[in-house]
Design a protein around this ligand. Structure first.
Ligand SMILES: Cc1cc2nc3c(=O)[nH]c(=O)nc-3n(C[C@H](O)[C@H](O)[C@H](O)COP(=O)(O)OP(=O)(O)OC[C@H]3O[C@@H](n4cnc5c(N)ncnc54)[C@H](O)[C@@H]3O)c2cc1C
Length: 415
């Protein structure tokens, strides 16, 4: 297939990547302490540095088009590179949301200028992008956002607040959904903007979570000035952009994004779920119950990999519609809960009493604290069930009192 399109074939790309990685990328350092959440400035600087190295070597943005700085290759090339990159230090922090959600949304919906500037900058390792979607009053009802952007001559003025923005403190740009027409029904009065994260009028605060991480942020907008060309897609056409963004998000969360390079989940503070290693470290490698748990986790992982392949192939060949990504998104949450439970079951009391500063069982205890993340991040599993029932199984749509009502007439925060 690649050859037919005049591209380097996957095997020779793989061999070239193998040689280049060996010569140029540092081996993954041995971790000496427990998992640290991705909220360390040094980690972000390092991720940008590593991305610059990939770019200089000609292995960045593998599936992004060449005109925006990518390589224009196929998901099979990306998969080969990811397989070869195991054991090397990779800029994994940039995978979600920069590469797998924000950049593809700009690619699908942005202006030519936005694509040329933003996509190529992230591929070069110069910029990080995040999402400003959820608001303090709720995240599931995304079309109900109340952050407002008002036109003032040539510019827009943004006021309101966003919350749960992963890693915003380390980012340069955000995709921000705001209401621009209060007379239109809720889905038809929204606009997506590309917003500079650090600029006058934006107050950003970091939120401390139970596991100590401060990677979540909240932002307050007070008369933030946005230029006219900050609009992504059409004015009042923001729902179409948000819908694309959510598809990319569910694809990323479900594990099927072709824009992710390298393996690992640094944003979700997960250990590598190496249950064989955990069983050995805790002296239980021969315990039949522990072996069963390890086997179950392995089987779950294989099912997940095959489900992702099946759904992605179904969508690529038109057998499955876009909302099918909610299936892999759901399975990801199920697998994550199961892994969190399995880790603590095997680690036992060492999951809470392990010595700080020592990698191992304590990681699994720490991971357990964010067990529910996978059922909320990327849209909740309840919303995924709604999508599967309504858009895949054709069941009746959920009742919505605010459908087709001008948004200014929709009751806000009242019962
Ligand atoms: C790890 C992680 C990363 C995140 N990163 C970002 C980010 O970068 N940017 C960002 O903007 N947001 C982010 N979020 C926020 C996330 O998008 C929201 O948590 C999510 O959309 C749910 O919104 P909410 O938490 O406000 O819950 P709510 O919308 O208040 O919902 C509360 C509960 O009610 C259920 N519910 C609500 N409506 C329905 C319905 N119609 N049918 C059935 N059940 C329903 C929900 O499923 C949920 O269980 C992140 C969240 C997590 C956990």
């Amino acid at each position: 297939m690649a050859e037919q399109l005049g591209m380097e074939d996957v095997e020779s790309f793989r061999l070239r990547a193998r040689g280049w990685l060996k010569e140029n990328m540092p081996r993954q350092p041995e971790r000496r302490g427990p998992i640290q959440p991705g909220d360390d400035d040094q980690e972000w600087l390092r991720a940008r540095e590593l991305q610059k190295m990939l770019y200089a070597g000609g292995f960045a943005g593998i599936c992004f088009p060449t005109e925006y700085g990518g390589l224009g290759l196929t998901p099979a090339h990306q998969r080969a590179f990811t397989e070869e990159s195991r054991g090397y230090e990779m800029p994994l922090l940039l995978n979600v949301p920069t590469f797998s959600i924000c950049a593809p949304t700009v690619l699908d919906m942005g202006s030519e200028k936005q694509k040329r500037e933003r996509i190529s900058a992230v591929i070069r390792g110069e910029e990080v992008m995040v999402q400003f979607l959820s608001e303090p009053k709720g995240g599931s009802d995304l079309a109900g956002v109340v952050t407002r952007a008002t036109r003032d001559g040539d510019v827009w003025v943004l006021n309101g607040a966003k919350i749960w923005s992963t890693s915003a403190y380390a980012a340069d740009w955000a995709l921000c959904l705001a209401r621009t027409d209060w007379d239109a029904p809720k889905h038809r009065g929204l606009t997506m903007f590309l917003v500079k994260v650090h600029q006058p009028g934006i107050t950003l605060r970091r939120i401390k979570m139970v596991n100590g991480s401060t990677e979540f942020c909240e932002e307050f907008f007070d008369d933030v000035i946005l230029p006219a060309d900050a609009v992504v897609g059409e004015i009042n056409g923001g729902w179409a952009v948000a819908t694309r963004q959510l598809v990319h998000e569910r694809t990323a969360v479900g594990g099927g994004s072709p824009y992710v390079s390298g393996e690992g989940r640094p944003n979700l503070q997960a250990p590598g779920y190496d249950f064989v290693d955990l069983a050995r470290r805790t002296g239980q490698a021969n315990d039949p119950r522990v072996r069963e748990l390890v086997g179950e986790a392995w089987a779950m992982q294989k099912v997940q990999e095959q489900l992702i392949d099946r759904v992605m192939a179904g969508m690529a060949h038109g057998h499955l519609p876009g909302p099918a990504v909610s299936i892999t998104r759901m399975f990801h949450a199920e697998a994550d809960w199961k892994n969190a439970d399995t880790g603590v079951r095997i680690a036992g009391s060492a999951a809470v009493t392990g010595r700080p500063g020592e990698a191992g069982p304590l990681d699994y205890g720490q991971q357990y604290l964010s067990r529910q993340s996978a059922s909320l991040g990327g849209g909740s599993t309840e919303m995924s069930r709604n999508i599967i029932s309504e858009r895949l199984l054709g069941m009746p749509r959920e009742y919505a009192a605010d459908r087709d009502v001008p948004f200014k007439d929709v009751a806000q925060g009242r019962t």
